[in-house]
Design a binder for this molecule. Structure first.
Ligand code: CTP
Ligand code: MG
Length: 219
């Protein structure tokens, strides 16, 4: 079956602020959302792109990526993914991606798809470089960082398995990504090397960092 890219772009981008939600804000020559759409479009293994947006975001989404059939998201990321999965008629694999991670190297897609030959799921991740510590009123215990990873998207899954895992996940429980949902279904998830470019745009200053990466890449 086809390989589908599912991009969740239904958030409000509250921490990033700005006049429009961050996924529709401009980053260099196009909207944040348009960057990862372009990356998936030019990757030969991707057959279809499903984009999930929030209520009232149609005009901004169309301005960002042109005419497209948009799926309506939910109140949480998990619900938005669920609605996106429900809109896919048939797929062998699905790559679930945050619109807020605009710079998506083709090599990451390649590594994820290669890992799916032997795993139900695969995620890109990078090791933690900073010292980690618990915060209290004052500094708490340092947390050993050995074996801790920063998990990115896209996350790649066998379609039938991630759909089943999402269906079984308790509706009242939050999940920040889909790999934890697949794991809860009893499937092992492979880790492939992530990429610093995949850093998520969360706060206002992240736009400048993404722009700097982009100009370093194209110059
Ligand atoms: N997302 C979504 N539906 C939601 C919430 C988030 O599709 N109900 C998407 C966002 O659009 C983003 C990705 O999930 O591409 C990661 O979420 P996050 O970085 O938290 O984005 P926002 O929720 O938009 O930002 P904030 O939490 O600051 O409001
Ligand atoms: Mg959020």
């Amino acid at each position: 079956g086809p390989v589908v890219a599912l991009i969740v772009a239904a958030g409000k981008g509250e921490r990033a602020g700005g006049a429009v939600a961050k996924q529709f804000a401009r980053l260099d020559s196009r909207a944040v959302l348009a960057h990862s759409v372009a990356a998936f479009r030019r990757h030969p293994a991707i057959h279809q792109i499903v984009i999930v947006i929030g209520e009232g975001q149609e005009a901004e989404a169309r301005a960002a990526v042109g005419d497209h059939h948009f799926v309506m998201g939910g109140a949480t990321r998990r619900e938005s993914v669920f609605n996106g999965l429900a809109a896919i008629a048939s797929a062998s694999y699905v790559l679930i991606h945050d619109a807020a991670r605009p710079l998506l190297p083709a090599a990451v897609i390649d590594r994820l798809l290669a890992a799916l030959d032997e795993n139900a799921g695969a995620i890109p991740a990078l090791p933690v470089a900073d010292t980690l510590a618990r915060a209290g009123d004052v500094l708490g215990d340092t947390v050993p960082r050995d074996g801790l990873m920063r998990v990115q998207t896209p996350q790649a899954f066998r379609f039938a398995d991630i759909v089943a895992a999402h269906r079984d996940w308790p509706a009242d429980r939050d999940a920040t990504d889909d790999a934890q949902i697949l794991r809860a279904g009893g499937y092992p998830v492979a880790i492939v090397e992530g990429d610093p470019a995949l850093e998520k745009i969360t706060h206002p200053a992240d736009f400048a960092a993404a722009e700097a990466r982009l100009s370093a890449r194209t110059s």
